[in-house]
Design a protein around this ligand. Structure first.
Ligand code: NAD
Length: 354
């Protein structure tokens, strides 16, 4: 067996149905009593529900979390935390709200309890992406990792089917790249395969029946495992492309991951036979071919397969290539600019992955 290093990220995880009722007990065991509750404007009612569970004992509610974690919003929310005498932060929502919680916690040292309601996985990573003056920067620090994660499947039931499917593929992408990460290890590979399997089984059921609690539970469990992969090992070409496309052309996060994944996987496939075999085992209907398994899953989910549908222009393809190849992440296959440009063009046009 090859030698490896493995570093676990220390978060406390509570998983189940109705688990938000555990918030008061969790705060009590930490000796905390005045949380600032964060949400997006779309999820303020869930923030209000937490206030009720805590019998109104909160420092304040801040409902302005938004995409890409702008520093201006973080500064405003940090001001609210300070003025209200908050002793902790509770974020409820997807990666955008969790990002705001991380940004405040990193700046102020306040304890961060998070309640994820999508499958993006940010809750179990020590990574923070922020934007200022149109530029995105990423910081990785153990202090960014939220201390407690409460997964409550009930809160994911309202995630629209279309966002559930793309958010689930976003999670699968973390596991895919973990399978061929430079610092990969057997533990993370196990989590990756189990995470892909759970999501690949659950997402088609959610698409047909978004109120299936069993499928929602499987998807949330898979998302936790895939997020753990993202938080533990380095990501490669696929994540670099998605960060470039999302950050520079304002393309939506989960949808971009969904479109790019088969293309990035096809590019890396010749260099990572073991990862491809492991992935094929985890994907139903793959017949031993991971790309076929992924394509069949995406067909079943009827997701959008081209970047032009989200407003990207053909002339942006060359620009995106330049940004993506100028400062690439480590990748198992050498980065060949002309092939990357063709990859992005195919993703833009919605052509088959090759
Ligand atoms: P999001 O947080 O932007 O949420 C999208 C929309 O869905 C929002 O309006 C939100 O309020 C709504 N929503 C979320 N959960 C819902 C629910 N259960 N019911 C109804 N509506 C709901 O989307 P996301 O894909 O979760 O997160 C994307 C962001 O997270 C990106 O900025 C990305 O960079 C970041 N991210 C960071 C990491 C990390 O490790 N740092 C990991 C993954 C994603």
């Amino acid at each position: 067996m090859d030698s490896f290093e493995y570093q676990a990220n220390p978060s406390r995880v509570i998983f189940g149905s109705g688990t938000i009722a555990r918030i008061p007990a969790e705060l009590e065991r930490l000796g905390l009593s005045k949380p600032l509750i964060l949400s997006t404007p779309q999820q303020t009612s869930q923030a209000e529900d937490i206030k009720k569970i805590l019998n109104g004992k909160v420092a304040a509610l801040f409902g302005e979390a938004t995409m890409h974690t702008p520093v201006s919003i973080t500064e405003k929310a940090s001001g609210v935390a300070l003025d209200s005498g908050a002793d902790s932060i509770i974020s409820i929502g997807g990666g955008s709200t969790i990002g705001l919680g991380k940004a405040i916690s990193f700046r102020t040292g306040l304890y961060h309890l998070t309640i994820p309601t999508t499958y993006a996985g940010s809750e179990v990573t020590p990574i923070l992406g922020e934007t200022q003056d149109g530029r995105k920067s990423t910081t990785s620090d153990p202090k960014i990792l939220p201390g407690t994660v409460i997964y409550d499947v009930d809160l994911t039931m309202t995630l629209p089917a279309s966002l559930s499917t793309t958010s689930g593929i976003n999670a699968i992408a973390h596991a895919v790249e973990a399978l061929y990460a430079r610092n990969g290890n057997p533990i993370i590979s196990l989590l990756a395969q189990e995470g892909v399997k759970a999501l690949a089984e659950a997402l088609p059921v959610i698409k047909e029946n978004p109120s299936s609690k069993e499928a929602r539970s499987r998807a949330l469990y898979g998302a936790w495992l895939c997020g753990t992969c993202l938080g533990s090992v380095g990501m490669s070409l696929h994540h670099k492309l998605c960060h470039t496309l999302g950050g520079s052309f304002n393309l939506p996060h989960a949808e971009t991951h969904t479109i790019v994944l088969p293309h990035a996987l096809a590019y890396n496939a010749p260099s990572v036979p073991q990862a491809m075999a492991a992935l094929a085992t985890a994907l139903p209907e793959s017949d031993g071919d991971a790309i076929q398994g992924l394509n069949r899953l995406l067909q079943k989910l009827e997701v959008v397969r081209d970047l032009q549908s989200f407003g990207m222009k053909e002339e942006n393809v060359a620009q995106a290539t330049e940004i993506a190849v100028s400062n690439p992440y480590w990748n198992p296959r050498a980065i060949e600019p002309s092939s990357i440009q063709e990859l992005i063009r195919r993703a833009w046009a919605g052509e088959e992955a090759k």
